[in-house]
Design a protein around this ligand. Structure first.
Ligand SMILES: Cc1ncc(COP(=O)(O)O)c(C=O)c1O
Length: 235
């Protein structure tokens, strides 16, 4: 990754995922973020961090490491934060787009450009999802309740990962699937071919995208045994 980043022309925008990388689930460690940030600073790149799963990897706080460390080092950056998943508000288009500028003049230019785009794209944003998030975050009790639910979601996703690994350990012991447990968030690659994906769909009624990316939230205690047996049958 560093080798490639070291070839990116200065001034280019570099899109990074804040945590729970989609589709791989493979995140940068804190030390790896620091290495990437060093290159961003050296080459004068403009980081654009897409943060769609904050709270799904380690915790709300720890998942912000990359955003915060980048913010400490660069003069300009863009952050797109989504509430679709961590607030369960997928249909409400709730989130925040943040531009960091190095001075007030640049901030005014960026703001007027952004408002022009907003005006031509959607004019006025949907309000109710954002209003719900504001109410929750502004109220200590509601915030704590939401944090508990967020922790619950994270715990469940990790449990599903352990469950599928245990199941595949029994049905397909010759194959190493341990990467599934090292990945964070909702997604990871199963490591199956498009032909095997087609068989999973047609013969077993299991749906995943052709790349073999799975959404671990679809795994439950009731279907994991059937899922692991089906995967073993097609590989
Ligand atoms: C990395 C990433 N960013 C953004 C989104 C979409 O966010 P939103 O629902 O806020 O458009 C997704 C998935 O839906 C995603 O995986």
């Amino acid at each position: 990754m560093l080798e490639v980043l070291n070839k990116v022309p200065s001034g280019d925008v570099l899109l990074l995922h804040g945590c729970c990388h989609n589709p791989t689930g493979m995140d940068l460690s804190a030390g790896q973020w620091d290495e990437v940030i060093k290159v961003v600073v050296e080459r004068g790149l403009v980081p654009f961090i897409d943060l769609a799963y904050q709270g799904f990897a380690d915790s709300l706080d720890e998942d912000a490491y990359g955003v915060r460390a980048m913010f400490d080092r660069v003069p300009e950056m863009i952050v797109a934060a989504s509430c679709s998943k961590n607030f369960g508000l997928y249909r409400e288009r709730a989130g925040a787009l943040t531009f960091v500028s190095s001075n007030a003049d640049t901030a005014a230019i960026v703001s007027s450009q952004a408002l022009n785009i907003v005006r031509t794209m959607y004019s006025l944003p949907p309000d109710h999802g954002g209003a719900a998030v504001t109410i929750i975050l502004d109220d200590p009790d509601l915030r704590n309740e939401w944090l508990a639910e967020l922790n619950e979601m994270r715990k469940r996703m990790k449990e599903m990962r352990s469950m599928i690994i245990a199941g595949l350990g029994k049905t397909a012991p010759d194959r190493d699937f341990s990467h599934i447990e090292r990945a964070n968030g909702m997604f990871c690659y199963l490591g199956v071919s498009p032909e095997q994906v087609a068989r999973l769909k047609q013969e077993y009624g299991i749906y995943l995208v052709d790349s073999g990316r799975i959404n671990v939230c679809g795994i439950t205690g009731d279907n994991v045994e059937y899922l692991c047996a089906s995967i073993a049958a097609v590989i």
